[in-house]
Design a protein around this ligand. Structure first.
Ligand code: ZN
Length: 144
């Protein structure tokens, strides 16, 4: 089936480039607020995780533990700490994305795809205010 792809030929329209920011000041203000609220939540989440792992490591240190009983527990604790770590990494990652999004707001490049330079779909930005890739590029990245 050697049919030509119709999408690639028509993708180069000059209008996408000139319409830079399609967000109103009000929308940007709302999004900025959403981002800062989200960031606060993430910070709290991070604090909780850190408190938990601190408590866990303290209880590890304090115990002169009998090995037979404790091996299973230690395994669980390690598992939980690793799970916490991966959550922590996700949270930190998200916080960085939020910080970068706020930075892009200040720079006036908010809502522009970091890869192709076209405006990101507005509905997408409103659902995920920290995104810096359009749907197409995000899907392309996820597929790798
Ligand atoms: Zn893109």
């Amino acid at each position: 089936m050697a049919t030509t792809k119709p999408s690639s030929a028509s993708s180069r329209s000059s209008s996408a480039r000139s319409s830079r920011l399609s967000f109103t000041k009000k929308e940007l203000g709302d999004l900025r607020q959403t981002l800062s609220l989200e960031r606060e939540q993430l910070e709290r989440q991070l604090e909780t995780i850190e408190e938990n792992s601190f408590a866990a490591s303290r209880s590890d240190l304090s115990g002169e533990v009998a090995f037979d009983d404790e091996t299973a527990d230690a395994g669980t604790a390690t598992f939980e700490r690793e799970r916490d770590l991966s959550i922590e990494n996700n949270v930190r990652d998200l916080m960085q994305k939020i910080d970068r999004a706020v930075g892009r707001m200040d720079a006036g490049t908010y809502g522009i795809c970091a890869r192709c330079g076209k405006p990101i779909e507005k509905a997408r930005v409103k659902a995920l205010p920290y995104v810096d890739l359009c749907i197409k590029d995000a899907q392309a990245q996820a597929r790798r």
